[in-house]
Design a protein. Sequence first.
Length: 118
Amino acid sequence: MVDDVPALRELHRLVLEQEGSFTVIAEAGDGEEAVLQAARHQPDVIVLDVSMPRRDGLEALPLIREVAPDSRIVVLSGFEASRLASVALEGGASAYLEKGMTPYDLVEAVKRAAADPR
């Protein structure tokens, strides 16, 4: 779970864990830490914010793909999908969601990403 806002990380973690199929194994507050945590934990799915300090999500995306090639990545952003979705998907993300999505949308995107055979 990667977001520079601790309250959003907690909210997303609670939504996913209360669904019953997911366990959040690591959290990061910036892109640099996201790359380190991905390499260390090799998670099935990474929920990655775009706008963060020390390396934004789009900068971290190819590095995460290198260190955790089997991880699926769901990109979250406050920016409209029309602006960044294609960049994120071309960079290796399994999904792109705009912040403000419903908890159901987040859970379904993570489920689809986890099932993605790559």
